[in-house]
Structures are given as C-alpha cells and as structure tokens.
Design a protein around this ligand. Structure first.
Ligand SMILES: Nc1ncnc2c1ncn2[C@@H]1O[C@H](COP(=O)(O)OP(=O)(O)OP(=O)(O)O)[C@@H](O)[C@H]1O
Ligand SMILES: [Mg+2]
Length: 352
C-alpha cells in the first residue's frame, strides 16, 4: 500500500469572487510533520477545511488515508483529528464532560479508558474537573488537541496550534505535537518560521492560493533569500528625501519604511543582487544630506526566503475578474460552502 496519507489534487476554492485556492496540489507521506506556512489570507485554513470535509472544493479533489473527500467523507473524518483555527470549546463544560461528549460523538467503544490515556498524553490530568473557561490559553489548546486525539486518528490537521500562546506555552505545545506526531501524520499551519524549523520535516509555503515552495526548512534556508540592509534615520529627519535617495541607489530593488525600536525610522533596503550596498547607502545619505544613525546588513535567512517568495502576496486574493477590494468577510458566506452533513457533525462544528 502506498504511504501517501494526504493527497490534494488541483484544489480550487472560490468564495464568491475571491479565489482562495487556485489549484493546489501536494502529498503528505506517512509519519511526516508538514508545516503549511503562508501570510494571512493565503488559503491555509481553506485547504485544511477541505481536507477535513468542512467545505467542498470548487474544483479538484483530495484524499485522506485513501478516502476521497467527495466519495467517502465519513472515512476521511474517521482518519483525522482536527484542531480548528478558533477552537470550538464549550467553555462552561468541565474538561472531562467535554471529552466524554466528544467520545460519545465519535462512538468510542471504551470511552473512559481512552479519555484517561488522552488526558495523560496531553498533560491534562489535573485539569479534568475544571471548567474549560478557567483554563489558560495553552491548556485550552491542550484540550483542543485531546479532542482531536480521542478517536486515535492516524492523521492530525492542526490550524495554527501555537498562535496566541506565550513563548513557554508555545514551546510546550510544540513538544507535545512532536511527541504525538511520532506515530502520526501531521499537517499544521503557522506564520511562525522558527516554529516550522524546529517542528516540521517539510514546509509547504502558500501565498495567494498557490503553493510557492515545497521543501525541507533546511533546504529552503539554503536557498538563501536575499540579504537585507537596514538604515536608521532620526524620526524628525526622515522625509521623502531619504526614501527617494535610497530608492535611487543603483542595485536597490525596493525600500520599505518601518519603525526602529526607539521610534526612529528604519528603512529596509532589498538589493537586486548580492552586492554589499552599505557604502552606497552611506554615500546616498551624505549626498542627500540626511543623517544615518544606524546601518546594518542582515544575512539571508528563512524569513527572507519566505518574504521573497510571498512578497506582494499578502493582500486579498485575486478575483476571477481582477482583484477583490478589501478582501472578503471570513464568516457568514454561504455562497458555495457545502458543509457535508454527518453524524459526527457536532464535533466538527466551528461555532457551536
Ligand atoms: N467564508 C468565507 N467567505 C468569503 N471569503 C473567505 C471565506 N473564508 C476565507 N475567505 C477568503 O479566502 C482567502 C483565504 O482565507 P483563509 O482563511 O484560507 O486564509 P489563511 O491562510 O488561513 O489566513 P490566516 O493566516 O489569516 O488564517 C482570504 O482572502 C479570505 O478572506
Ligand atoms: Mg487561517
């Protein structure tokens, strides 16, 4: 039997005029932990909702554990544990009540035994008698992982599992995911590059509904991306002159204005090639008569690779007839969402 656990084939998804996915194909093999990385609005959640049979693709198809999302959505749902972007936790319920209820929905044969195991695995033993609302965000995320694990699925689909957590809680959840990922196939979405480097075997970078890279984090990093230069100018003196002078330097691709820690203005200068532009930047400041109070070069790193691959791709998705203005609302759209009705629908319901 093939060890392909997830296969997406030319997935397209339109929300009205917004093309959220424009033909996405990828495979995930057994035992891999794959990071789906992309800027806001790239289509990560949309792809995950298709893989979990929450919504149907406009075109293309996908299979999970050998089950097609159209032909066998129940098979798909049995094979996956899903942690949605905003965890649908019933905050008044006790942790144990909630997991009991999930186990019931999932038709688990020996629910108490299974829940005990999952609670141990996710480090929730001391919390089971507490109402969910009393838990920290990190602990709630553990409850979310526990509900995803109750039916012992071979595949986990985790939508931004570490987002909104403080660094300590994030690193605990990361360790937990690595632990539970040892015997499972995992897709997780994130914006966090550091996280991807430590957690994932492979990275899929998605931008504006298209996969722009599919590789290991190490290989992506080795692509280098471009070095960046950072020039700091006192806030009071940073006017268009500085921007224009920097943009006029030969070998500069683009300049972006940002804020330095102390409120001064920091220009990020992206070169067209690999030349060291520091002297040119200094000369431009002298010639343009603006003071340079900081100048540094930052070598290539994964963040730069990511930005080079996704730059200009952070706005709203394009519409079939041009560009959407302002992006479409995320909820309340019922235009072409088909929520497959299912016996265990309540488990997957997003906003109970
Ligand atoms: N229900 C919906 N109705 C209309 N447009 C939607 C809907 N859901 C998503 N979109 C649009 O589809 C595109 C992709 O959204 P998606 O939520 O998949 O992105 P994402 O990569 O998960 O972003 P984020 O990092 O912000 O979670 C965006 O332009 C978004 O506004
Ligand atoms: Mg999302």
């Amino acid at each position: 039997m093939s060890d392909v656990m997830i296969e997406a084939r030319s997935l397209k998804k339109n929300y009205g005029l917004v093309q959220a996915l424009k033909g996405v194909s990828f495979e995930v093999r057994k035992g891999q932990i794959v990071g789906l990385l992309g800027p806001n609005g790239a289509g990560k959640t949309t792809a995950m909702k298709i893989l979990t049979c929450f919504i149907a693709p406009t075109d293309g198809t996908a299979s999970v554990n050998g089950c097609d999302v159209f032909a066998d959505p129940m098979g798909v749902r049995k094979a996956i544990g899903y942690l949605p972007e905003s965890t649908p936790l019933y905050t008044e319920m006790l942790v144990l009540e909630y997991l009991d209820w999930i186990a019931q929905m999932r038709n688990i044969s020996k629910p108490r035994e299974r829940i005990k195991k999952v609670v141990e695995q996710t480090g929730l033993t001391e919390e089971i008698g507490k109402p969910i609302r009393a838990l920290s965000k990190g602990l709630r995320q553990r409850v979310g992982l526990a509900q995803a694990l109750v039916h012992e699925p071979p595949i986990l689909i985790l939508d931004e599992p570490m987002s909104g957590l403080d660094p300590n809680q994030a690193s605990e959840i990361r360790d937990l995911i690595r632990e539970i990922g040892k015997e499972r196939t995992v897709i997780l979405s994130t914006h966090n590059l550091a996280e991807v480097q430590v957690t994932c075997d492979r990275v899929l970078i998605i931008a504006k509904g298209t996969i722009v890279a599919d590789d290991t984090a190490a290989a992506l990093k080795a692509r280098g991306g471009k070095a960046r230069f950072y020039a700091t100018v006192p806030r009071a003196l940073a006017d268009n002159r500085a921007m224009n002078a920097l943009e006029a330097i030969v070998g500069v691709e683009r300049v972006q204005q940002g804020t330095a820690n102390d409120g001064d203005v920091e220009f990020e200068i992206v070169p067209t090639g690999t030349n060291d532009l520091r002297q040119d930047i200094f000369n431009a400041a002298v010639k343009g008569n603006f003071p340079l109070i900081g100048l540094r070069r930052e070598g290539a790193n994964l963040e730069n690779v990511f930005r080079d691959l996704t730059i200009g791709n952070t706005g709203p998705a394009e519409t079939p007839r041009g560009r959407a203005n302002g992006g479409a609302p995320k909820s309340g759209d019922s235009s072409n969402e088909t929520k497959p009705a299912a016996e265990d629908g309540a488990v997957q319901k997003e906003n109970p």
